[in-house]
Design a protein around this ligand. Structure first.
Ligand code: ATP
Length: 409
């Protein structure tokens, strides 16, 4: 049912790129702004994504809009959605649909439906509102689930009792919205969340879907508080019993990421894994992170605590270099979060990271040193001496390395 008292047309028009979009949708089947963009528009906050729903073929609608705006439409087969891109505008368009869960945790089967059913399949009431974009419907709010009331009361509420069982990724989403918006889980929703977590609902979800939601949660500014809620609600334990859901450590890892150049979300994930890295290794594998990210997380989780113990002010530059060069920045961030001495890490980052000789093995060969493994060892030892201030300049490097390689130093 439209909510006639609420005219949001001015606010809709003020969204970036919306004026041109409103012209482009004239005469097409009715389109609606939905989801997070509506929630944020009602809160007076800026939304990054514009999601639209149409009670018709989304791909055909997207192609028509793209043609009118001289943009591009890209279709995504699985859910019958499409993305339109023009200069400053990116909108995702989906066909209004109902969903059926074949089994808990699986991706749903979808079929065309009306707008109200489309809103009914969503995660939380505050995300289950729509605003008309077409003709005289512009700015008219659809709020069949009571989202506006919950938005005003600051509540995250599921739409039905099986919501978390049907799709346990909503457990992570609930916590993400709760902490981002400064809201609370509505009482029944919190009970359902605890029950679903305890009953093992998360085991029904693919690692890739968990990864997407977990990384989204860890990317939020409020990630430490969210991790605290994951612990309180039993969700962290349900993800893996050996996770260390310590908000302070996560906050420390996020903070230290800026100094070390680490990815905050990966450093935070490493923090979660750092209590018993060997036990959570398989869990990290199931998340199907890109290989480089997975390696960084596992290495940081196991080496961060060791570095926190090992680093001290008495280490020579060459020792620091040897200790820290093999480590990803996330290991340094975690070590700092765990209380590692800041001085040596900062010295490494400012002076030693990426330090190299001015000469290479080719220079030794040109100087007549025969090709052999002794060249590699000589270069290593020369670098060590350079880092510790025992030699300086290209000539000194070449002389020392040549002597070392010939076994004379
Ligand atoms: P954000 O600001 O985090 O991007 P969003 O609300 O735009 O918030 P998306 O993940 O982009 O979040 O999802 C868009 C909309 O799709 C949501 O507002 C919600 O209505 C719906 N949605 C997303 N994921 C789910 C889910 N797992 N179950 C039900 N509805 C979902």
């Amino acid at each position: 049912m439209p909510t006639p008292a609420t005219d949001l047309s001015d606010r809709v028009r003020s969204l970036a790129g919306m004026e041109q979009l409103l012209v482009a949708v004239e005469g097409l089947p009715p389109l609606y702004l939905v989801g997070g963009a509506v929630r944020d528009l009602l809160r007076g906050a800026r939304s990054v994504d514009l999601d639209l729903v149409v009670e018709a073929d989304a791909a055909a609608t997207a192609r028509e809009i793209a043609a009118r705006l001289r943009g591009r439409a890209v279709e995504h087969q699985r859910f019958g959605t499409a993305t339109v891109r023009t200069g400053e505008l990116v909108v995702d368009i989906a066909m209004a649909r109902r969903e059926r869960y074949e089994r808990p945790g699986a991706l749903p089967e979808v079929e065309p439906a009306g707008l109200t059913e489309d809103l009914d399949r969503r995660d939380f009431t505050v995300n289950a509102m729509a605003i008309g974009l077409s003709g005289s419907d512009l700015g008219v709010l659809r709020d069949p689930c009571g989202g506006l009331d919950d938005l005003e009361a600051g509540l995250i509420r599921v739409l039905h009792g099986r919501s978390f069982v049907d799709d346990p990724t909503r457990l992570l989403r609930a916590v993400r919205y709760e902490t981002r918006l400064g809201f609370e889980l509505e009482t029944d929703t919190e009970r359902l969340a605890r029950e679903a977590a305890t009953a093992g609902a998360i085991a029904t979800v693919s690692g890739a879907r968990l990864r997407d939601e977990l990384m989204d949660l860890l990317t939020e500014a409020e990630a430490p508080a969210a991790v605290g809620r994951l612990r309180e609600l039993g969700i962290a334990r349900a993800l893996h019993p050996s996770l260390r859901a310590d908000p302070e450590l996560v906050a420390g890892a996020a903070l230290a990421s800026a100094e070390t150049g680490a990815s905050p979300a990966l450093a935070e994930l490493a923090a979660l894994c750092s209590a018993r890295p060997a036990e959570v290794e398989e869990f990290v594998h199931t998340l199907a992170l890109p290989a480089a990210d997975r390696t960084a997380v596992l290495r940081a989780a196991s080496r961060g605590p060791v570095l926190a113990e090992t680093l001290h002010g008495g280490l020579r530059p060459s020792e620091l270099h040897a200790l820290l060069t093999p480590e990803p920045p996330e290991a340094l961030a975690l070590a700092l979060a765990l209380g590692a001495a800041g001085g040596p890490v900062l010295r490494y980052l400012s002076d030693l990271r990426g330090a190299a000789l001015e000469i290479t093995g080719e220079d030794l060969l040109s100087a007549g040193v025969p090709r052999s493994p002794a060249i590699g060892r000589a270069l290593e030892e020369t670098l060590r001496r350079k880092l510790d201030g025992e030699l300086a300049g290209r000539d000194a490097e070449l002389r020392t390395a040549t002597e070392l390689a010939r076994g004379r130093a």
